[in-house]
Design a protein. Structure first.
Length: 346
């Protein structure tokens, strides 16, 4: 029992478990909210990171849920990653988390109680670091390990950062390096050394708390986080919501150092291809963009970085704030312009 690898108990892991964007769109096509709720500031209409409901002139509650199957074998690390990922959606709305509920599904006849407890302990550690309690939750006996959180936060309605409020001329800043899905796949193939594993853990357990700080800046127009649909998928959601075209500079996009050799070898999860099939027709790649670079931009990021659309005159200041907060990979990666909802990669 002690030698059980969590990733071998599930058919997918991390945000790579997400249903492909095209399939999800088909599933949800007829389920848009029909009733009008004036206080519902953000619902399903723009595929934003969380729902937002205004309580009064100064407070809105932000609610989200996120859970998945193991992306790593270490139980404590799995719990930390899942909790960090769930809280990211609160920060991506410019909000401050206030509490969480645990979502737990475990094969109780397969996993030792101590292992399940370590998963929960990892989630508790992250919530403690974020300054919030896990105040309850729900658990079931499931065939595959599943863990995550319902996360609740608060934000001033005027400081809410939607993914659809980007403006033409904005500069795009990405807070973390890409390559999480690639590193996880390399680990499954027993190709990842200890240094590479620590790089994976460092990225996926770094709280995107800076989102709450950026909410106070009027020059920051839009926020989202890059997760299961990869950089291209989540940027395309931003473009569709704002009615803009994005231009990316492939040389500026940060990549986790340990992930690049595996990316160049074509190693990565199957979700990369699903993502590219789903939205590849809305992305224009210059001829010099290598195939591995195209795949990297569609790599599903578990607990990925914030993607920020900020006025050009404030971009350097925002980037500096990322650096000061410990986001070493943060970089300006492109810009937004008038035009159809497409992405151009040069």
């Amino acid at each position: 029992m002690d030698n059980i690898k969590l990733t071998q108990l599930s058919h997918g892991g991390g945000c790579g478990c997400k249903i492909a964007p095209s399939v999800l769109q088909a599933i949800l096509a007829d389920s848009k909210e029909k009733m009008l709720f004036p206080n519902l500031l953000v619902g399903t209409e723009t595929s934003d990171d969380a729902a937002v409901y205004q309580l009064n002139d100064e407070q809105a509650i932000v609610a989200t849920t996120d859970f998945f199957m193991p992306i790593v074998d270490d139980a404590y690390d799995f719990g930390r990653i899942a909790a960090t990922n769930a809280l990211s959606d609160i920060y991506a709305m410019g909000a401050r988390p206030i509490m969480a509920l645990a979502i737990v599904g475990m094969p109780v006849n397969v996993l030792p109680v101590a292992t399940i407890r370590d998963i929960l302990r990892g989630g508790e550690a992250v919530c403690h670091a974020a300054g919030i309690p896990i105040a309850g939750g729900h658990s079931i006996d499931a065939p595959e390990p599943i863990y995550g959180l319902v996360a609740l936060g608060v934000v001033h309605p005027k400081q809410l950062k939607r993914n659809s409020d980007a403006q033409a001329g904005d500069v795009l800043i990405l807070g973390k390096g890409l390559g999480v899905g690639i590193l996880a796949q390399a680990m499954k193939k027993d190709l990842l050394d200890e240094q590479g594993y620590q790089a994976l853990i460092a990225s996926t357990t770094q709280l995107n708390h800076i989102g709450g700080e950026l909410a106070t800046q009027d020059s920051v127009h839009a926020l989202t986080d890059v997760t299961g649909f990869g950089l291209l998928g989540h940027l395309l959601e931003m473009c569709q919501g704002a009615g803009l075209t994005a231009e990316l500079d492939i040389t500026a996009i940060p990549v986790i150092h340990a992930a690049r050799p595996f990316a160049e070898q074509g190693i990565g999860p199957g979700a990369i291809e699903r993502n590219l099939i789903s939205f590849g027709d809305k992305v224009d790649f210059s001829p010099q963009i290598a195939h591995w670079q195209q795949r990297l931009l569609a790599d599903p990021q578990t607990s990925g970085g914030l993607l920020v659309a900020v006025s050009a005159n404030a971009a350097d200041e925002v980037l500096q704030r990322f650096k000061q907060a410990g986001f070493d990979y943060a970089a300006k990666i492109g810009s937004l312009h008038q035009g159809p909802a497409r992405i151009s990669v040069r």
